[in-house]
Design a protein around this ligand. Sequence first.
Ligand SMILES: [Zn+2]
Length: 100
Amino acid sequence: MKYVLFIIGIILSLFGFLMVTGVLIGITNGDPEYSLASKIVSMIFLGIVPLAGGIVLCIFAAKKWRKAKVKQQICGKCNCSLEPGWTACPHCGEKVSLTN
Ligand SMILES: [Zn+2]
């Protein structure tokens, strides 16, 4: 589940990147169907906004992920990671200190 935000962020930024590229190609090709102003407006709303949003989402997900990693407990005896809330290591039976 912790990958979902990352995946959404990556998809959003990829979509934005493709839209920016597509509109830039449209501008350089001089597509007469749309005016330059409407191309720039669509590039901002369909390209730059999702691109920035996707990057922000990725940063947010990375921060959340790091927080979750810090909370994870590690057995002092056999150095295995333990699920939060466990009071003893399932491998060696060592009592887990709840300091972090
Ligand atoms: Zn252990």
